[in-house]
Write a protein that binds this ligand. Structure first.
Ligand code: AMP
Ligand code: MG
Length: 518
């Protein structure tokens, strides 16, 4: 099978007319070395009138870049990350993958509007337990590729701001995620439900490989390439799997464990991904491809912000089941490399207990319990039921819970009680149960409150906050995007956050209704 499409634009050898003072670190090419069955050279289509919307100093530090400090440097960044500088865009490639979308086999997909530029070295300075071989650098919204199908190759400013802010917000919450280095806007008109403008996001990740990459090679019968990709991922990301009797099975077990931890972490911060197709599942167990995502306001396990998902397949509470389903698809794709299907099935079925354990750990930490104990499952479920029947705000409620004293003679703080105003008795019953449980804990109220405030954020990227920043950015004013980013950096520090960033939306605020159109 050949991936080369003859009418496709590849790189020209013309020198780059745009020169800037900035010197960019050299990009190396690791994924490209896998060969032309895996990715194709495709030229970036530069953005007209590029302007830097925002950059992430923290993401820049990962790859040893200084964030822009003045208008001149911002212009350099806009040119570089708007696709005008040969040193950055010069070896861009589109990778091929496939996927199951909404439970159906979608066949070949691939990077329809993203391009891999190469790798930058990991420049994280502090001591880390995890090792990252390098950071792959990717443009999203850089024009047509052979995999664009019906798409136009562009990404609009609206959805790119959402992905930019949420990537960095999730990182600050401690949730594994691809990173967003910077966002560049432009004057190019793009048609979605309305006319919008194009933007280009530069993403960083140790790998942009998805479950769908494995599915592509497996279901198209390219077993040698499937093995090559498996060996490559193992060598880069989990070298310990190479020594296992069946490395592909060990890789599957590794992905299962990381995905179970990821989904529990998502749910703990009230995150709904919104479109968990297998092409949007990272082989690293990291969050990837922010589209119609949301953070819960009122707790409703069946909430999905994705209007395309009429059956609620990807609703908040279904995410564990869907992750398990997606892991089955990955396991199936790896079968040619695994001796017996039962072994793959066993590996995937380890998801459920691993997820349950991870979720219990998350909920225990959210409630200030040092370790989950047998019987805590009921305590957790009773709280969730009380929250659901009261439409309690997810983030607010957990944040306020640290103010509840263990002593049954003390009052329930008013702000907390307000979250349960519709059906208070369910909550007061639960409080009695919780206080009894707290008496078995060694920590006093203040030590417990401190621990709870370190895991229950005061602020998340609520839909209405993102919308306000988008509305101003669409008028050409990026100040709110930048302020929001600065606040999202410190989601646990209530004292430093502007109060309105920590508040749920007004009762009459429109709900988050997002299509996949981005
Ligand atoms: P997503 O739903 O964004 O994860 O995308 C699913 C598939 O559609 C991937 O292959 C994307 O590259 C492709 N795609 C999404 N939007 C566009 C677009 N505007 N132009 C080209 N391809 C796109
Ligand atoms: Mg995607």
């Amino acid at each position: 099978m050949t991936l080369v499409s003859p009418d496709f634009q590849t790189h020209s050898a013309r020198p780059d007319p745009a020169q800037t003072a900035q010197r960019w670190p050299p990009l190396t090419q690791s994924y490209a070395a896998l060969g032309s069955d895996f990715s194709l050279p495709v030229a970036v289509t530069p953005l007209p009138d590029p302007v830097l919307v925002a950059s992430s100093a923290e993401a820049a530090a990962l790859v040893g870049l200084e964030p822009p400090r003045n208008a001149g440097e911002e212009h350099d960044w806009a040119l570089a990350f708007g696709g005008h500088i040969e040193a950055i865009r010069g070896n861009s490639r589109a990778t091929v993958y496939a996927g199951h979308q909404f439970g159906n086999w979608a066949g070949q997909l691939g990077d329809g509007r993203a391009l891999l530029l190469g790798d930058w070295s990991d420049c994280r300075s502090e001591q880390r337990s995890d090792s990252i071989p390098s950071w792959e650098v990717q443009f999203k919204g850089s024009g047509l590729t052979p995999f664009s199908r019906m798409g136009d190759g562009w990404a609009v400013l609206r959805s790119s701001i959402r992905e930019f802010l949420c990537s960095e917000a999730m990182a600050a919450l401690g949730v594994p995620t691809t990173r967003a280095l910077c966002l560049v806007g432009s004057s190019r008109p793009v048609r979605r439900e309305r006319m919008e403008t194009a933007a280009m996001l530069t993403r960083l990740s140790p790998s942009f490989v998805r479950f769908g990459h494995f599915e592509h090679f497996s279901y198209s019968g390219q077993t040698a390439q499937l093995r090559q990709l498996t060996d490559w991922i193992i060598a880069r990301h989990c070298p310990q799997c190479a020594a296992a009797p069946q490395p592909a099975l060990a890789l599957l077990q590794w992905v299962v464990a990381r995905t179970a931890a990821l989904i529990a972490h998502w749910q703990s911060v009230g995150f709904v991904h919104g479109v968990m197709n297998t092409d949007n599942m990272s082989i690293l167990g990291w969050t990837i491809d922010y589209g119609p995502f949301a953070f819960l306001d009122a707790y409703n396990p069946l909430h999905t912000p994705n209007t395309t998902d009429r059956g609620g397949r990807y609703a908040y509470g279904r995410q564990p089941a869907v992750a398990h389903w997606n892991l089955l698809a990955l396991g199936q794709a790896l079968l040619p490399l695994i001796d017996k299907p039962e072994h793959a099935l066993e590996a995937v079925d380890a998801f459920r207990p691993q997820y349950v354990r991870a979720m219990q750990q998350q909920l225990a930490a959210k409630l200030g319990l040092e370790q989950p104990q047998p019987g805590d499952g009921d305590l957790f479920q009773e709280l969730l039921d009380a929250m659901e029947s009261n439409r309690s705000d997810w983030t607010r409620t957990f944040r306020l819970l640290s103010q509840l004293a263990a002593n049954p003679q003390t009052e329930i703080p008013a702000g907390l009680a307000t979250q349960f105003r519709h059906n208070p008795s369910r909550f007061t019953d639960w409080v009695a149960h919780y206080r009894a449980r707290l008496r078995t804990e060694p920590r006093d109220d203040s030590a417990r409150a401190k621990a709870m405030d370190a895991v229950n954020p005061a602020m998340v990227l609520r839909h209405h906050l993102a919308q306000a920043a988008i509305a101003r950015a669409e008028e050409g004013d990026f100040a709110e995007v930048r302020q929001l980013l600065a606040a999202l950096r410190h989601p646990f520090d209530a004292q430093t956050l502007p109060a309105h960033y920590t508040e749920p939306p007004a009762d009459d605020a429109p709900p988050a209704c997002l299509s996949c159109s981005s």
